[in-house]
Design a protein. Structure first.
Length: 252
């Protein structure tokens, strides 16, 4: 894929440069496709990826909020809204694949602090060609209503990655709940220095998968040699997570 540097230079940046937030000025938003309460689907004004059609989902009208803070009602509404538009776009024949993801924090690759997700239709690239089943396998943490949560034993990038795996869209509320619990755990319990994460979604092998990745500076061993490293305390992380959410997991 080609990245348009000219367009990228003109993007606003409220994460690193303290620019005004464009998503707070709702009266100036253009290319709006659908609105549901405070959730807005719109075209991305800065299509930095060539041969692609980019959409944004503004998650809430609360600029300083985050997925970790949403009420159960808003979380479920947002996840259903986002998944619906992602999967509808997948059916359109002009796209070879459709990627769906979320950035949060200064090390996530994002430039706007206001909570949002991105859906991008790729005309000439299929993200699924590089996937492997073992990217989404791991130590079990919890399972309920046909949805599983695990900690990767063979992560895509390295160290620590969480996977939420669902086979049936009827279980989307449990899928959303596990995803939110992981984000809460990462931001409040995992590491005091953690400020950033990515949330990636995959529709692959008849499954819907969310991979939640805490972001730190990327290991040079991965950047230079594609050598993935795995944390040596995965079992301790699983036990700690289960302890933090003991009541929630037992009620699932």
């Amino acid at each position: 894929m080609k990245f348009n540097m000219g367009i990228a230079r003109g993007k606003p940046n409220s994460v690193h440069l303290n620019h005004d937030c464009p998503f707070c000025r709702t009266d100036q938003l253009t290319g709006i496709k659908e609105i549901e309460g405070s959730i807005i689907l719109l075209e991305n004004k800065y299509p930095v990826i060539q041969d692609a059609y980019p959409l944004l989902i503004i998650e809430t009208d609360q600029c300083d909020s985050d997925l970790s803070e949403y009420s159960e009602e808003h979380l479920n509404k947002l996840m259903a809204f986002a998944m619906k538009h992602w999967l509808e776009m997948e059916k359109q024949p002009e796209y070879k694949s459709v990627i769906f993801y979320k950035n949060h924090g200064p090390l996530s690759g994002g430039t706007i602090r206001h909570p949002h997700m991105q859906i991008i239709g790729l005309k000439n690239a299929d993200y699924r060609e590089t996937l492997k089943e073992d990217y989404f396998e791991g130590l079990p943490i919890a399972e309920a209503s046909g949805v599983t949560l695990n900690l990767s034993t063979k992560p895509m990038i390295g160290f620590t990655e969480f996977n939420v795996v669902m086979k049936d869209l009827a279980n989307i509320h449990q899928f959303a709940a596990y995803t939110q619990q992981v984000v809460i755990y990462l931001l409040k319990h995992f590491n005091a220095r953690l400020t950033s994460y990515n949330l990636f979604f995959y529709h692959w092998n008849n499954k819907y998968i969310a991979k939640i990745v805490p972001r730190f500076p990327t290991s040079p061993l991965f950047v230079g040699f594609r050598l993935r490293q795995v944390s040596n305390n995965l079992e301790n992380i699983v036990e700690d997570f289960q302890s933090v959410f003991a009541r929630n997991l037992s009620e699932s």
